[in-house]
Design a protein around this ligand. Structure first.
Ligand SMILES: [Zn+2]
Length: 523
């Protein structure tokens, strides 16, 4: 991505359904009841009635937590989510905007309920009482979970509370009353279905194989023809250069709010039609400012209003839907706006598509397993940026994509070395200030070295490619992820540990630009 990944727990919620979710849910329930109930579950059923629970969802301030039941003891605990069956919970939409929260193993026969004046939280058999219905209210960046009558809220803060408590739901709430339920309703229901089709928690093998599918682009109505052509032809050249991985959905916003809403509706309808996500949940989530689809329209509109070029594009996951999902604000340059050269946006499409290549080589749906394979931020972003810069220059030099040269500055293949040089100087400055080479182990974007991970990362990859050949990423490193984590694949490919490499890279970024430029290919 150019900005950051949507920090979405959707990564963990998987499905491949095309049939209506309701039907699959019914089938899944039956399957779970008849086939997949763990041995200990039967004995647990009786105990569960009126057993106090410790529960949590995904608290934005506290990192990911999920509900789980220990089938041996019957304890319900909050812990980091994993793929285990007994950690799956289902949120079933009920009429009038309410939901029932139930345990996937025990099926919809059992649900969370608030009972009695002491407001303890229990798991009890479903009997249709109002107390077993919960509603979710959007609250800032999260959702507030309330009883059906909206009077009680579920409160949990792992740092300060050993168990969740029920509180009066006031006008608004303190921060630990926020629950991040990005993957609410439809997605949770879908998570249940996937266990029937993907017991191993992996995407199908075809995910990592080149495909004949053409990447799907979806443009808001106000995106001009030149921009559409420019993006599609760049993507076609990218898939030819690096292999065609997919399926790809690339959603491109313009600046007009009406057109943006229409595109959002198309997006959410598509999710619903494919059984990916309920349309309502989709609309609610994607209207949010933080990386929601609508936010990409706002970026473009703001840029035009301020007369300042700006925007964003990102690979926003989509694995659980069996796709690579991309979102983009208006390609200003390809639209002839604000003096941006269209060449920059060709490079952006290449950068984003390289993320698809990276993700294509990881079949794990579990986010932690995925992260362990994809490696630190410098490796993700540096590889995408180096490959995008270099391939952009090569494709233009070979006449496979056009030179735009329509902006207030130039970004064509003749400027390749100059632009890489600019990255070098910026990276070297950031490193001097923050000792960014020491930060290269990091796997999160929240760092003063964030832009170093892109610029310095591109140069780190340039060093590796200069030693091991242009094909080393595509032919050697990424295919190894089928069976190895980042560290092992790195060592097998580059014959050194990442740590040894960082020590080798340090003098390069602390040294002379001329030496570094000698590493680059020539066009
Ligand atoms: Zn990126």
């Amino acid at each position: 991505m150019i900005a950051r990944l949507m920090p979405s727990p959707l990564h963990r919620l998987a499905q491949f359904a095309s049939a209506p979710v309701a039907v699959l849910l019914a089938i899944a329930t039956l399957m779970l009841t008849l086939v997949h109930r763990p041995a200990g579950a039967d004995g647990l059923l009786g105990d569960l009635v009126s057993r106090p629970l410790s529960v949590a969802f995904l608290g934005p301030a506290d990192g990911p937590y999920s509900l789980s039941i220990d089938l041996n003891t019957g304890d319900v605990i909050a812990e980091a989510p994993n793929q285990a069956d007994h950690q799956q919970w289902v949120i079933t939409p009920l009429p009038s905007g309410q939901y029932r929260l139930s345990n996937a193993i025990l099926g919809e026969d059992f649900a969370l309920t608030a009972q009695g004046r002491d407001r303890s939280l229990l798991m009890t058999p479903v009997d249709g009482r109002a107390a077993q219905r919960w509603s979710f209210r959007l609250n800032g960046e999260g959702y507030e979970l309330m009883t059906g009558d909206g009077e009680l809220g579920l409160l949990y803060d792992p740092a300060h509370l050993s168990t969740p408590i029920l509180v009066n739901a006031g006008e608004c709430c303190n921060s630990f009353q926020s629950w991040d339920l990005d993957g609410q309703a439809g997605a949770f229901a879908a998570a249940r279905e996937v266990r029937q089709t993907s017991d191993d928690g992996l995407l199908p093998e075809a995910w990592s194989q080149p495909t004949d599918l053409t990447p799907d682009f979806f443009f808001a109505d106000d995106v001009v023809e030149a921009a559409r052509t420019g993006m599609v032809e760049t993507m076609a050249a990218a898939t030819e250069a690096w292999g065609n991985f997919g399926p790809i959905e690339y959603w491109v916003m313009g600046t007009d709010p009406k057109a943006a809403n229409a595109l959002l509706d198309t997006f959410c309808q598509r999710r619903d039609d494919r059984g990916d996500w309920s349309k309502n949940a989709c609309l609610q989530r994607e209207k949010r400012s933080e990386h929601g689809l609508i936010s990409y329209q706002q970026l473009g509109a703001d840029a035009l209003a301020n007369g300042q070029p700006g925007g964003n594009a990102g690979h926003n996951g989509g694995f659980d839907w069996g796709i690579h999902r991309f979102s983009s604000s208006i390609p200003l340059g390809m639209s002839g706006l604000l003096g941006v050269p269209g060449d920059e946006e060709q490079k952006t499409v290449l950068h984003e598509y390289f993320h698809a290549v990276q993700h294509a080589h990881v079949r794990d749906l579990d986010r932690d397993a995925r992260d362990r394979k994809l490696g630190p931020v410098w490796w993700m972003e540096g590889a995408a940026e180096y490959m995008a810069m270099t391939t952009h220059a090569r494709l233009q030099a070979e006449g496979k994509i056009p030179v735009w040269d329509n902006g207030d500055w130039t970004f064509n293949f003749r400027n390749y070395r100059k632009n890489m040089g600019r990255k070098f100087r910026q990276a070297s400055k950031d490193h001097k200030r923050h000792d960014c080479v020491a930060e290269m182990v990091r796997i999160d974007y929240d760092s003063p070295c964030r832009s170093f991970f892109y610029d310095g990362g591109a140069w780190a990859v340039a060093l590796l490619v200069s030693q091991h050949g242009e094909a080393v990423l595509l032919d050697e490193f990424y295919p190894r992820l089928a069976s190895m984590d980042f560290e092992a694949a790195f060592e097998a490919t580059f014959e050194q540990t990442p740590e040894t490499f960082y020590a080798e890279f340090r003098p390069l970024i602390e040294g002379q630009l001329g030496v570094a430029l000698g590493l680059l290919p020539k066009f």
